[in-house]
Design a protein around this ligand. Structure first.
Ligand code: NI
Length: 195
């Protein structure tokens, strides 16, 4: 198990577009993915992208347990078989891309391991189709909505040098984690009972 150092907001590697991976089955990429998964789990994150560990390569990993994934997700095959609730299965993708399905946007709270201690409300496409290649050279193509779609968009953004505050349309909705409850409560007051 190798834990990688995580780049923090302000480091140039985070705003530089990452390079495509020529050979997804390269042993070096396999090692990078294993280390990224270890690092993500250790940091209790739900996603991590190459640039966040100083590797300017188009590689992402993500996983979200059901309690963090929200409702309305398509269960992964293993979970569906087990009759469990839907989460986002542990996934590592090389050279990933996505396209929105429809134009509907969702607002949701995001954090980032490169911006510790803060969270912000970010608009994202509600439904997407995404694809990428695994370390075995197989193509993965999925549709996702809700939190699953949000995580994928956040991680692919990292590969283009985009951090979630750059996607925010209202910077008053950026808060320290300890103040998020108060911020959202204030938002409820503004928006009325629809929240
Ligand atoms: Ni992030």
């Amino acid at each position: 198990m190798a834990l990688l150092k995580i780049a923090r907001l302000g480091h140039p590697v985070l705003i530089r577009p990452a390079a495509p991976v020529d050979d997804p089955t390269d042993a070096e990429i396999r090692r990078l993915i294993a280390d990224m998964i270890d690092t993500m789990k250790d940091a209790q994150g739900v996603g991590l992208a190459g640039p966040q560990v100083y590797q300017s390569r188009r590689v992402i990993v993500f996983e979200a347990p059901a309690e963090r994934a929200g409702a309305g997700e398509e269960p992964g095959p293993a979970l569906a078989e087990a009759g469990g609730v839907a989460g986002v299965p542990l996934t590592a993708l090389i050279n990933p891309s996505f396209e929105p399905i429809g134009e509907a946007l969702d607002l949701g709270l995001e954090g980032c391991l490169s911006i510790p201690g803060l969270s912000g409300v970010v608009p994202r496409f509600a439904r997407i189709r995404y694809r990428g290649v695994t370390q075995d050279g197989e193509t993965v193509a999925r549709e996702a909505s809700g939190f699953h779609a949000r995580v994928v968009q956040h991680e692919i953004d990292h590969l283009d040098g985009v951090l979630y505050p750059m996607r925010m349309t209202d910077l008053t909705l950026l808060a320290f984690n300890e103040e998020v409850g108060r911020m959202l409560a204030a938002l409820d007051e503004i928006d009325g009972e629809d929240g």
